[in-house]
Design a protein around this ligand. Structure first.
Ligand code: GDP
Length: 295
């Protein structure tokens, strides 16, 4: 187990205290530790570098040099700055002015997209909504079955077709059925990609342009580290992503990818997946994520 940043800084300071007043070099040594901790938490190199620059400026402003509790001051600056970067704005779910609200789900295969679609349906039911799911992943027949099983589990209807209809057709018909049944939210599950595949990306764009979603969520596996950043950029270049959902945060991943994706795309993180069960979805708390990154 790695030493936490808090413990490491306290260790450095304990040595320095013996010398009396801190010098700028001493603070630089602490900032080097902060940088190492960020890199270990899988924060992108460039992000870590600019972050340290900002923390240094603040540390100087707060006269950390004169303080005998410099470690605590630095930790506080780091935590506040991380929280700020992760996004302190409250992003409300955009239900639009007229039902049905359309939510588009996209992401790589294995990211947890289908599971998250069901989790979101359950969350929406708890908000008093009547969602419906659309199975637009015709690449993998098992994906349709998986969504149907999950739909049953959360007691939400699933619109699916296996007659060779295109995903765009299915999405269009699902929207019509949703209106007919007076369900107020349609969540469209799209085909998972193994990697950024041009044909599938073109299909996603077509579905997007057909259903014109109020929310387009990108599901990212938090354990994939820096790869999540390039995936997020590719999807966000294609369609305007309105929110990111990071899955598998119940594992021991430190969450640096969350910070890097936020910095690279500016898209707010909206939910986190914290388990395999359909109720394991939580709103995103920037302060908790900041603490997790610090360790
Ligand atoms: P998809 O291919 O993107 O649709 O991915 P799935 O929804 O099939 O999920 C892939 C695997 O990840 C499954 O075994 C899920 O149970 C698992 N999974 C999804 N979300 C989470 C999560 O938040 N935590 C954990 N531990 N597992 C998850």
């Amino acid at each position: 187990m790695l030493d936490t940043l808090t413990r490491r800084l306290a260790g450095i300071l304990a040595n320095l205290r013996k010398q009396g007043k801190l010098t700028e070099d001493d603070v630089n040594e602490m900032l080097r530790e902060v940088r190492v901790a960020l890199l270990e938490a899988d924060v992108n190199f460039a992000v870590a570098k600019s972050f340290i620059g900002r923390v240094r400026e603040k540390a100087v402003g707060e006269e950390v040099f004169a303080s005998l509790t410099a470690d605590q001051t630095i930790i506080k600056i780091v935590r506040d700055e991380l929280t700020e970067m992760l996004g302190t704005e409250q992003t409300r779910f955009d239900f639009g002015s007229q039902p049905p609200t359309v939510v588009l789900m996209c992401g790589l295969q294995g990211s947890g997209k289908t599971t998250t679609t069901a989790k979101l349906a359950k969350w929406l039911v708890a908000q008093g909504k009547k969602p419906m799911l659309a199975a637009c992943d015709v690449q993998r027949p098992a994906a349709i079955k998986q969504l149907q099983v999950l739909g049953e589990q959360v007691d939400v209807p699933v619109f699916a077709k296996t007659d060779g209809s295109s995903p765009v057709q299915i999405a269009r018909e699902a929207l019509e059925r949703c209106k007919y049944l007076m369900r107020d939210v349609l969540i469209v599950d799209t085909a998972g990609r193994l990697s950024i595949d041009e044909a599938l990306m073109a299909e996603l764009k077509q579905i997007h342009d057909t259903v014109r979603p109020n929310e387009a969520f990108l599901v990212l596996d938090s354990t994939t580290g820096q790869e999540a950043v390039s995936v997020a950029k590719a999807f966000h270049d294609l369609i305007p992503i309105t929110g990111v959902i990071f899955t598998k945060l119940d594992g021991d991943t430190r969450g640096g990818a969350v910070l890097s994706v936020r910095e690279a795309t500016g898209v707010p993180v909206r939910f986190t997946g914290v388990g395999e069960q359909v109720d394991a979805l939580e709103p995103f708390y920037p302060d908790r994520m900041a603490q997790r990154i610090i360790g």
